[in-house]
Design a protein around this ligand. Structure first.
Ligand code: NAG
Length: 289
């Protein structure tokens, strides 16, 4: 009897959380004074930006590793000067100082008909500067598209509609810090950055087009939720469990080929190719990876 209860506890406590999200349950609006809205019984979230303020939200849970998908539909029309940031980050308090970890997607708006830039970055132990930028192979304002972060102990993989666009490998054994000791939340915000976002700041936000709105749906997290009592993915979890495959997932040959395709056809900036910026030599992960 006691052992049965114990077994039941183990199962319920250590199952990896796979949640098909509801914004009311999974997120909280953090700023924007009414400009962020959760709609349709928690199935849709919208952020908006006007001249007075942008808006933002964050996940209620903190995660230590996960495969996290979100569908976004970006600000349509003239979105020049606006930035929609969607990222995983350690909480602001613990990020002060030199321990900041962050995994970033940022969408830089543009004039109607001109392409958005998808800007990505990875911060580990306070150090970022690892920008890679891409054009997308579709118009991200017409429909929802899925943007995913796979974060496990071996690597961080950014994907768009299931196509991997970037991998940041765990090269700790070669001296490159990798985020694996601090839990992160999912954050998003829509804000004005017309001093740099569009054509390097040349094109300003046209406030006559405000409010600007971005939409979110279908949040899905297969993830290890971190609480004060530890991770929901304990070592006690049977490792054969198929719903934890993402914890061990790495890029297979198809994935490698897809990344190459994206990088060849859509990448517009890669810090690892910016020899002017790093006259003393490229960052170590660029040559080790
Ligand atoms: C905006 O469009 C211009 C012209 O096509 C392009 O050079 C630029 O990369 C685009 N994106 C941003 C965010 O500036």
């Amino acid at each position: 009897m006691a052992s049965k209860i114990f077994l039941a506890l183990v199962i319920t406590t250590f199952v990896v959380v796979a949640s098909a999200g509801n914004f009311n349950q999974d997120f909280e609006i953090t700023w924007g004074d009414g400009r962020a809205k959760i709609l349709n019984n928690g199935n849709l979230l919208t952020l908006s930006l006007d001249k007075t303020s942008g808006s933002g939200f964050r996940s209620r849970n903190e995660y230590l590793f996960g495969k996290i998908d979100m569908q976004l539909k970006l600000v349509p029309g003239n979105s020049a000067g606006t930035v929609t940031a969607y990222y995983a980050s350690v909480t602001v308090l613990s990020s002060l100082g030199n321990t900041h970890d962050e995994i970033d997607f940022e969408f830089l708006g543009n004039l109607s008909g001109d392409p958005y830039i998808l800007h990505t970055n990875v911060f580990t132990q306070g150090k970022g500067g690892r920008e890679q930028q891409f054009y997308l192979w579709f118009d991200p304002t017409k429909d929802f598209h899925t943007y995913s972060i796979l974060w496990n102990p071996q690597s961080i993989i950014f994907s768009v509609d299931g196509t991997p666009i970037r991998e940041f490998k765990n090269l700790e054994s070669k001296g490159v810090p990798f985020p694996k000791n601090q839990a992160m939340r999912i954050y998003s915000s829509l804000w004005n950055a017309d001093d740099w976002a569009t054509r390097g700041g040349l094109v300003k936000t046209d406030w006559s087009k405000a409010p600007f709105t971005a939409s979110y749906r279908n949040f899905n997290a297969q993830a290890c939720v971190w609480t004060s009592s530890g991770s929901s993915c304990s070592s006690k979890t049977p490792s054969s469990s198929s719903n934890q495959a993402w914890l061990k997932q790495s890029l297979d040959a198809t994935g490698q080929a897809r990344i190459k395709w994206v990088q060849k056809n859509y990448m517009i900036y890669n810090y690892c190719a910016d020899t002017k910026r790093f006259p003393q030599g490229l960052p170590p992960e660029c040559t080790l990876a």
